[in-house]
Design a protein around this ligand. Structure first.
Ligand code: 13P
Length: 261
């Protein structure tokens, strides 16, 4: 059995509405009532955080409430932004930083991702740092360099004492929403490199404790082979997390894979 408890996040992105978000949260909590051996979080859009929180609370669920983004300042004249303190106030427990769509659609750079992640962890929330190469970077054989840079800059000035609340999500950009998944071996190779990079920054023992999860077109039928890899500790799920049954199946697969390791 792996020492690292797997983590599965459902990133709803800019999907659902108040009704469908509640229904989805209900479906996920009901499907996971009996489950232990995996940490699960859902990441609804900002306007539905409180609605989803109410569903999770009503059901006494251990599914965590997550936010897809946050800003690094606490409060002030930052129109449109939402701080970690505000998210905490709304019951959020975990926050994504540097998702590929924030980097490549909105234009966030490594330095901003670092400031956001630091603010999240320093405020006492859990943080998920997302990294991953584009197709061009992979075709050029640069995936390890890109991931190492995103890890190094993303974690700059973050002390080892905060690592217990950090998860790394490896999400190759070419696999997100494309139906193309990394092969289990590609995922393992990238996760191993990321763990080595963490070991260089924080030491081997700390690196062994950090959960590194895979994201990119994860579906119920292919997730088990990826979760079986030694350095894959769960997943960050986009499209399939919008279907409660599929998401629950993926969470259960992560728990089973960890037991078998
Ligand atoms: P898909 O599962 O839709 O490819 O999205 C992955 C992702 O970006 C999760 O954060």
């Amino acid at each position: 059995m792996s020492d690292r408890k797997p983590f599965v996040g459902g990133n709803w992105k800019m999907n659902t509405n108040r009704t469908s978000g509640s229904d989805l949260a209900r479906g996920v909590t009901d499907g996971l009532l009996q489950l232990d051996g995996v940490d699960v979080a859902v990441y609804p859009p900002f306007p539905y955080l409180l609605t989803v929180r109410a569903v999770l609370r009503d059901r006494g669920s251990s599914v965590k409430l997550g936010s897809q983004d946050s800003y690094f300042q606490n409060d002030g004249a930052y129109t449109g932004e939402v701080s970690s303190a505000m998210l905490k106030d709304c019951g959020v427990q975990t926050v994504l930083a540097g998702h590929s769509e924030r980097r490549h659609v909105i234009g966030e750079k490594d330095e901003l991702v670092n400031k956001k992640l630091r603010a999240v962890l320093e405020s006492g929330l859990d943080g998920v740092l997302c990294v991953g190469e584009t197709l061009d970077e992979r075709l050029a054989g640069h995936q390890d360099i890109v991931n190492a840079r995103q890890i190094r800059t993303g974690l700059a000035d973050i002390p080892g004492s905060l690592l217990d609340r950090l998860v790394i999500a490896y999400e190759p950009v070419w696999a997100i929403g494309t139906g193309k998944t990394a092969t289990p071996q590609d995922a393992q190779d990238a996760h191993k490199q990321i763990r080595s990079q963490l070991a260089r920054l924080y030491g081997e023992e700390a690196a062994q404790r950090v959960r590194i999860i895979y994201g990119g077109s994860l579906k119920p039928d292919i997730c088990a082979d990826i979760f079986a890899q030694k350095d894959v500790d769960g997943g960050l799920v986009g499209g399939a997390s919008l279907n409660a049954g599929d998401f629950v199946t993926i969470c259960k697969a992560a728990a089973s894979a960890a037991k078998a390791k």
